[in-house]
Design a protein around this ligand. Structure first.
Ligand SMILES: NCc1[nH]cc(CCC(=O)O)c1CC(=O)O
Length: 311
């Protein structure tokens, strides 16, 4: 018999686009799919995310999944709280989109071309801390709303630029709005940016197996596992001024053979110690240890007190 799966999603254009990708892959694997839209407090409120709380976009979906109202939940991985949900299992991390941030500026300008005093909108303390550290004299202003609303502030002339995740723009077919894809040396993305998390109930082993075998991408999972372990060790949530990016790189082992390893870079904005950076390389099979090790290095440098709550 064909498995029937109810996939839960937020109702935003971005969430629906992401869920559509997952639904088609599962349909190709022989499942019959129903898409169920779940409204979340994050969608209903326009207050700064810091004031609404952890998991504003994801808790309602998780509750619907645990309550058997849906069988699968699709999240933007970076929006998930770091604390695991004991009712659920992360069945798949699909192949990740480009994780970098993107500048969408007026008149086709790049970061370096924006004159001092230019206004750049972002609701993310991570992006704000890294933008300010560039020393370009940019004025960072708070920003919320869906991708269209954010881009609209540049077209209307209200802001000179906004910074958004490239992945979101790609999934919405809006890569045309990007005037510069930011180098991770200047702007490390949020841990797990560009990745999706596909969850099911912990005891739903057949569904877990179907989702894992259809959608899971080993390299993407290793990378985001390292990035999220870093975030968790810093006891920081998706709204902390913390960036992390892991890349799978080729390395040589003791016998000179090529092996795949994981390279992890991290950045933390602090109230008194400025922007701190650390990095390390480890085995792809020890992603969590690598994340914790880079976090320890950041803590040693003085990241213990992270500045402000917020994304
Ligand atoms: N915090 C909102 C959010 N959550 C996921 C994405 C899209 C990119 C992704 O999948 O990481 C965005 C928008 C953005 O940061 O521009």
């Amino acid at each position: 018999m064909k498995p029937r799966l109810r996939i839960g999603t937020r109702g935003s254009a971005l969430a629906l686009a992401q869920t559509g990708l997952i639904a088609s892959a599962l349909e190709r694997a022989g499942a019959e799919i129903e898409i169920v839209t779940v409204s979340t407090p994050g969608d209903r409120s326009s207050a700064p995310i810091a004031e609404i709380g952890v998991g504003v976009f994801t808790s309602a979906l998780r509750d619907a999944l645990a309550a058997n109202e849906i069988d699968v939940a699709v999240h933007s991985y970076k929006d998930l709280p770091t604390a695991p949900d004991p009712r659920l299992v992360l069945a798949a991390v699909p192949s990740r989109e480009d994780p970098r941030d993107a500048l969408c500026a007026r008149d086709d300008l790049t970061l370096g071309e924006l004159p001092p005093g230019s206004t750049v909108g972002t609701g993310s303390p991570r992006r704000a801390a890294q933008l300010e550290a560039l020393g370009l004299g940019l004025t960072v202003l708070p920003l919320r709303g869906n991708v269209d609303t954010r881009l609209g502030k540049v077209t209307s002339g209200e802001l000179d630029a906004v910074v958004l995740a490239r992945a979101g723009l790609a999934r919405l077919g809006r890569l045309d709005a990007i005037t510069e894809t930011l180098d991770p040396l200047q702007m490390l993305p949020a841990p797990a940016q560009g990745a999706l998390a596909v969850e099911c109930r912990i005891d739903d082993v057949d569904v877990e197996h179907l989702i894992r075998s259809t959608l899971d991408d080993e390299a993407s999972r290793a990378a985001v596992t390292a990035e999220r372990a870093l975030l968790a060790r810093l006891e920081a949530g998706c709204s902390a001024p913390v960036g992390a990016l892991a890349d799978v790189v080729e390395d040589l082992d003791d016998e000179g053979r090529t092996v795949l390893r994981l390279s992890l870079r991290g950045v933390a904005g602090t109230q008194h110690n400025g922007l701190l950076r650390a990095s390390a390389i480890g085995n792809t099979t020890a992603a969590e240890q690598l994340g914790r090790a880079v976090a320890e290095e950041l803590l040693d440098l003085g990241a213990a007190v992270l500045s402000g709550p917020g994304e």
